[in-house]
Design a protein around this ligand. Structure first.
Ligand code: SF4
Ligand code: SF4
Length: 275
């Protein structure tokens, strides 16, 4: 992970910053001599939305996806768990989803794969920092797409690659990862809380089981219609997971405990105080 930290530093200090109107020339197609070269031995961080898209595409559960295709690296600088694509154990360390004709999960490929050769960075993790996120261009020797005469703006690329929906979902994830609770140096999550964060964000099917197979629904008021939605829709479940994290880990009033449960708890506490 030290290499990733070094790379982040270089991006902030050395890479020219681009905005949506910035232009660059690039084209990736099966005719380039480097075709498929970039789908090997690469660090690709997966977002919760990436995992939802891919596990649906593959017709497997989030748990199966996580155990077959991902790693959870330890990062002493991160206050929450991050997920990386695990590459195959062959000589080239190819991505599990690269085929002769390119990406076999193309329509559901992760955010980072859609963005390449662009990247996106924040000048600071502090949500109060008003400096805007910026784009940057990765020009790696292996990639010959930069030699193609195909000028476009960053905005064109974002639209063409279907990145907007991913960015929208990314904003919701950031409300959790950049939450003031985690920004406070004195705060950290204990192992049980890290596990809850991991489940609600990344292991959506396990989180659904927790909601529907535990006493959760007996304890919390849930808006009419939402129960059906989260039962059947992974994105709705994920959004609910973010609400749950804000409530249970960060102490925000994003969920409401049922009155009878709250009263019983209060009575129990009073009783304990008397003892
Ligand atoms: S998911 Fe597709 S685009 Fe991304 S690295 Fe794997 S094969 Fe390449
Ligand atoms: S290295 Fe660049 S041009 Fe070559 S396949 Fe990958 S993205 Fe396309």
């Amino acid at each position: 992970m030290k290499e990733i930290e070094k790379f982040k530093k270089a991006i902030l200090e050395e890479y020219p910053r681009m905005d949506l109107d910035s232009e660059f020339s690039f084209k990736c197609h099966p005719g380039v001599t480097c075709f498929n070269q970039c789908c090997a031995d690469v660090n690709i961080f997966l977002t919760p939305y990436d995992i939802i898209r891919l596990k649906k595409r593959l017709g497997i559960t989030s748990g199966e996806f996580l155990s077959k295709y991902t790693l959870m690296p330890f990062d002493e600088n991160s206050k929450f768990p991050v997920i990386l694509f695990e590459m195959q154990e062959n000589e080239k360390k190819c991505c599990h989803f690269v085929g002769e004709k390119g990406c076999t999960v193309y329509e559901d490929r992760p955010w980072a794969c859609r963005m390449y050769p662009l990247g996106m960075a924040s000048p600071s993790d502090d949500p109060n920092n008003t400096e805007k996120e910026f784009y940057f261009l990765l020009k790696e020797d292996v990639c010959h797409g930069h030699k193609e005469d195909n000028k476009m703006t960053v905005s064109d690329w974002v639209k063409d690659q279907g990145i907007e929906q991913y960015n929208e979902m990314g904003e919701h994830f950031k409300e959790v990862t950049l939450h003031p609770f985690l920004q406070n140096e004195e705060n950290s999550l204990n192992p049980a809380q890290v596990d809850m964060f991991f489940t609600a964000c990344y292991n959506i099917d396990k989180f659904r089981d927790f909601i529907f197979k535990s006493s959760f629904l007996d304890k919390f008021e849930i808006e009419e219609g939402l129960i059906e939605k989260i039962k059947n829709d992974d994105v709705e479940m994920l959004m609910f997971g973010y609400r749950f994290i804000k409530f249970s880990l960060f102490g925000e009033p994003t969920l409401q405990i049922k009155t009878n449960v709250a009263e019983a708890k209060e009575a129990e506490l009073k009783k304990k105080k008397k003892i």
